[in-house]
Structure formats: C-alpha cells, structure tokens
Ligand binder design. Structure first.
Ligand code: TMP
Length: 396
C-alpha cells in the first residue's frame, strides 16, 4: 500500500531549462508528493511524469561536463573489468549510456548502449558503439538478445531509479544476462538522503529513491539476487548494487551489513519518514528566513550549479529571481537559459564576477570541495557559501 509522507508542492521538470521568457507561461508543472510502499518498502513519488517529457532530444545532463564523474566512471569500469571481466570476450551493455563516459572504457565490438535521449545516443553511435535509442523494457531486451546475444555485464548509473516499472526493468535484465553475468547499478542511497536531509534529490527524474532493503525485495521477486553492495560517496552517497541470477553467486557480507544498517536505521518504519518530512519542512523555513534576512540587509546572492536538485529547493521554498540574481553552470546547454519554475537566469561562470556577490548558494553541494577550490578569490574578498545540506548554514 502506498502511504504518502511528504508534499513538496508544484514542480516543473527539474532539468527542463527554458530558452526564453515566452516559454514561462506554458511550463509543465506537477504535484511532487512522496510515499512509502508498505509492502516492498520502496519510496517513490506519487505522480510519475511521462518519461518522454524528460528524456528526449533536449535532455541537458551531460556526464562529460563533470570531471569528477568522468574519473568515477573510468575507475568503475577498470574495477569491474579487473574483478569480473574476461580477456577473450566481455559482452557489456549500458542502460542510460549518456555521453559514453563509462562505455568508452570497453571494447566497441562487444558493447551495446541503450539511451532514449537522441542527442546522447548520437554521441555514442559516433564513438562507434551500437546504440539503441529507446527506453529499457523487456521488449527491448528481447530485441537485443536476438540481435546481439547475452550480456556478461549490464551496467547502469543513476538510471534505474528513473524507470517507473521496476518489475519490468528487472525482468528485462534477467532475460539478457548470461548465466554467470552480473547486473551492476548505482543510484543515490535513500538512507544517506534521509541522514543528510537532502530532499532535493527528489524530483521527476527520480520516481524512486532506493534502499538496499527495497531493491532486495524487488530483485528477488524477479529472479535476481544482490550479492555485493558498495557504498559510494558520489551524489552525496550512493549504493552500487551487484546482482546475479538467483542462487548463481555467493552473497557477500556487504549485503548483510547494508540490510542490517538500514534495519537499525528504521528504513522499513513509516515513522522514520514522518520524522524526515518534519525535518524537510524545518529546513525550508530556515532557508527562506536566511535568504529573506540577507536580502533585507541588501546582500547580493547568486547560485553555483544549475542542478535538478536546486530546481527542487527553489520551487519547494519559493525562491526566485528576487532572491537569487543568477545561477552559473559549466554545462554549455544549460547556459543562457532560465531555471525551471523559479526562472532565474543561468549563465556561464565566465559571465559572472564573483566578487560582486556576498553569498553563493551551492546548487551542486555534492561537488562542494571542487567548487570551493575554484572560488578562492570570492572567499578572500569576504564571500560566503550557503547550503542546506546537512543543515541550513553559511560558511567560507
Ligand atoms: P549534478 O549535481 O546533478 O551532478 O550536477 C552538477 C551540475 O553542476 C552540472 O550542471 C555542472 C555544474 N557544475 C558547475 O557549474 N561548476 C562546477 O565546478 C561543478 C563541479 C559542477
């Protein structure tokens, strides 16, 4: 049974940056409410947005724009190959291959990509990787099986939690996975989100927020089994889940450890979510008060990183251009646009003289260290950063 615990209000598509002011009036909005499925323990948003509205030719999130993520995928690919690969033939499939930063570490002959966003599918095709421009479904898995054969590694990063029908997703994986193959996927960890109070990781693109507990239940009922879990620091804390066909591998201690940790934390108890919802509401009150106080003191505020996360914060907290003058982002496709819902101009970092500002809100708090390192001049001139994770605070 779906039990709602959090209402974040009306929201736009978190990555749908607007090209011009005339687009404001036609902006698509939906109610962002979150609940727990009391049977599987899966946390999901209540109203799913049609995937075609989000993942299309205009999808702007490009992994290649983030040096920490390029490095993350290079290391992940190397580790998977060294620990599970096979020199003669290692048949890989990536679901949600984006700009190819993971798949580029594997052979073009044996690898296949699946990517519904045409702009990114073109990139991996251009790199020489066979790419299916489609959503991940059992129908597509059957097609790939007949065209390309079984896969020894099926990998997905920050993608499985985007898919509405998880039973179909896991059935599709089961169909295409070779008998000794592994399915590895990483997504933000529900436990870390609750611990850090990072409610901004909830938006249309994340219809589900995964606990190991819920994944264990869902994978099992589709003939797959988790045998290893890595806790990662990316995106403020993610879990990399390793699964195989049921009873085809030994279950490691990391699985028991994670299930135990989540159980002690109360991941299956509805009360845990009620407490989290209260914390989210208090975080909003504090952030709004802080911004209002700074503005009444005549301070100038900008934001770094036009992230989907900041879309959630700005829309939930009602923060608009009267509070934040401008957002900078290194992603070319996000530059010279307006942020979804809040309509704050987004520009290249070169267009902003940071020392003109008193405060910089960290829209990309997950890259806090990288960003702060680049902003020494801002700090030396008295500038301060603002974040809401793990709590609303200012620092320099
Ligand atoms: P993410 O948190 O969803 O990965 O997105 C990070 C965004 O922040 C992405 O659009 C790139 C942007 N960014 C900057 O603008 N400056 C930076 O120094 C870094 C690391 C990221």
């Amino acid at each position: 049974m779906f039990k709602e615990f959090l209402d974040l209000g009306r929201h736009p598509i978190a990555n749908a940056f607007l090209q011009k002011e005339e687009d404001f009036k036609d902006e698509f909005l939906f109610d962002l409410k979150v609940g727990l499925d009391t049977d599987t323990k899966l946390v999901s948003i209540k109203n799913f947005v049609e995937p075609e509205r989000i993942f299309n030719q205009d999808y702007p999130y490009n992994t290649s724009n983030s040096f920490p993520m390029i490095e993350h995928f290079r290391k992940t690919a190397g580790m998977l190959y060294n620990e599970y690969g096979n020199e003669t033939c290692y048949r890989v499939l990536e679901i949600g291959s984006n700009s190819g930063t993971f798949i580029e570490n594997f052979s073009k002959v044996d690898s296949v990509c699946v990517e519904p966003c045409g702009n990114f599918a073109e990139i991996t095709e251009g790199m020489g990787y066979k790419t299916y421009v489609d959503f991940w479904t059992t129908e597509l898995a059957e097609k790939i099986l007949s065209n390309d054969g079984y896969r020894d590694l099926i990998y997905a990063a920050n993608c499985i939690c985007h898919i509405h029908d998880l039973d179909d997703t896991f059935r599709a994986v089961k169909k295409l996975l070779s008998p000794s193959g592994i399915f590895v996927f990483e997504d933000p960890s529900l436990l870390r989100i609750i611990e850090r109070g990072s409610y901004d990781q909830i938006y249309d693109e994340h219809p589900h927020i995964f606990s190991v507990t819920a994944l264990n239940n869902l994978l099992r009922r589709n003939g797959l089994q988790i045998f290893r879990v890595d806790n990662l620091s990316v995106h403020g804390g993610s879990n990399r889940i390793y699964a195989c066909h049921t009873d085809s591998c030994l279950v490691g201690d990391s699985v028991r450890y994670n299930l135990q940790e989540e159980s002690v934390f109360g991941i299956s108890n509805f009360e845990t979510y009620e407490i989290f919802a209260e914390r989210v509401f208090n975080s909003k009150k504090k952030l709004v008060k802080l911004f209002e106080d700074l503005k009444s003191d005549g301070k100038k505020i900008m934001s770094i990183g036009a992230t989907a996360k900041s879309t959630t914060v700005f829309n939930y907290c009602g923060i608009d251009n009267s509070i934040i003058d401008v957002i900078t982002d290194t992603t070319i496709d996000k530059q010279n646009t307006y942020s979804p819902g809040a309509h704050i101009p987004v520009v290249s970092p070169d267009k902003v003289n940071m020392i003109d500002y008193d405060y910089a809100y960290l829209g990309a708090w997950n890259f806090k260290d990288v960003i702060i390192n680049k902003q020494r001049e801002f700090v030396e001139s008295g500038g301060k950063f603002i974040t809401h994770v793990p709590q609303v605070m200012m620092f320099s």
